[in-house]
Design a protein around this ligand. Structure first.
Ligand SMILES: Nc1nc(=O)c2c([nH]1)NC[C@@H]1CN(c3ccc(C(=O)N[C@@H](CCC(=O)O)C(=O)O)cc3)C=[N+]21
Length: 300
């Protein structure tokens, strides 16, 4: 079962397709209801990697026909100032989704800031209300990265129920909500992390392996059960032997491809789907704000 070469799940193409569907719904909302979804992105500080994501989010927001609002605040912005801005965005009828780019500077309490976002505008799905809704099976705004991963898994495997899933990583933004989503799909879910004993052996149980540890090349070929579907959430900036900066995942892609049945690449896998799901969440938030049902199939 090895050596055949895994099917590469094309996140870039899936994301373009999803954005196309979002654009269709945005156009329909405009003609039938005179409503344009608005997405506000707040960036505090000058982190260059963050600035790149904010720019591509802004471009794609406009490409699908939504209104993008960008708020760039200096790194020394006071917490109270940021909270005041969120308060204004919460009541702005033209803003249906709010994303505060993380991480925030150390002097700002992230939990306080996320908690200040109106849950129905929380397109990241980070507010405790949305996490609680997800965990109890209520309609929730689902975090974009796990949502994108789920869509790719469904595309690759169809029904996920009864599958053995292992998530490596227990972060609030990926590992924990990913585990909740897989549980909701009927998977048997193990959440492994840096303290897990014999991580390779635990990983080898997985028919579905989600690597979200933030450690470049952590997952080796021997960690993978033959025929597994591998989702690589890692987006690590590394310097290669020639001194070139490049992006690499948490999985040793070349080696893993010889064992897995299907695998996502980095770049071009989870990253583009994350942004497309953000737009899908903003569309859903806009629909609900106007008493309309969120379009089927675009969210979880
Ligand atoms: N509140 C909040 N929500 C986020 O969703 C959030 C955040 N904060 N902080 C930063 C991280 C990072 N993130 C990425 C999204 C897409 C790509 C992406 O599309 N990457 C491309 C490559 C881009 C490149 O070449 O740099 C790819 O993987 O193919 C990367 C990173 C969202 N984040």
């Amino acid at each position: 079962m090895t050596g055949a070469g895994a099917q590469v799940i094309d996140g870039k193409a899936m994301a373009a397709d999803l954005r196309g569907q979002v654009a269709g719904h945005v156009a329909r909302l405009q003609t039938e209801h005179g409503v344009t979804p608005g997405l506000a992105v707040v960036l505090v500080g000058e982190d260059p990697a963050s600035a790149v994501y904010v720019r591509s989010k802004g471009r794609m927001t406009r490409e699908v026909g939504m209104t993008g609002f960008e708020h760039r605040l200096p790194a020394e912005t006071e917490e109270a100032t940021l909270l005041r801005l969120i308060g204004q965005l919460n009541v702005d009828p033209n803003v249906h989704g709010i994303l505060v780019q993380l991480p925030l500077p150390a002097h700002i309490d992230e939990a306080l800031v996320i908690g200040a976002i109106a849950p129905d505008k929380d397109v990241d799905g980070f507010h405790v209300t949305n996490i609680g809704r997800l965990a109890t099976g209520q309609a929730a705004m689902v975090p974009c990265t796990p949502l994108g991963c789920l869509m790719m898994l469904r595309r690759s495997l169809g029904d996920l129920s009864g599958r053995e899933a292992v998530v490596i990583g227990r972060s609030n933004i990926v590992g924990k909500p990913m585990a909740q989503l897989l549980l909701r799909e009927g998977c048997t879910v193990t959440v492994a992390h840096s303290r897990t004993r014999d991580l390779p052996q635990v990983a080898r149980r997985a028919e579905i392996l989600v690597a979200a540890a933030g450690r470049p090349g952590l997952v080796q070929a021997e960690w993978i059960r033959p025929g597994a579907t591998v989702i690589d959430v890692g987006i690590n900036r590394v310097t290669d032997a020639e001194g070139q900066q490049r992006l690499t995942g948490d999985v040793d892609f070349a080696a893993a491809s010889q064992v897995a049945a299907a695998i996502t690449p980095v770049p071009g896998g989870v990253g583009p789907m994350t942004i497309a799901c953000l737009l899908a969440n903003a569309l859903a938030a806009c629909c609900r704000a106007h008493g309309l049902p969120a379009p089927d199939g675009l969210t979880a």
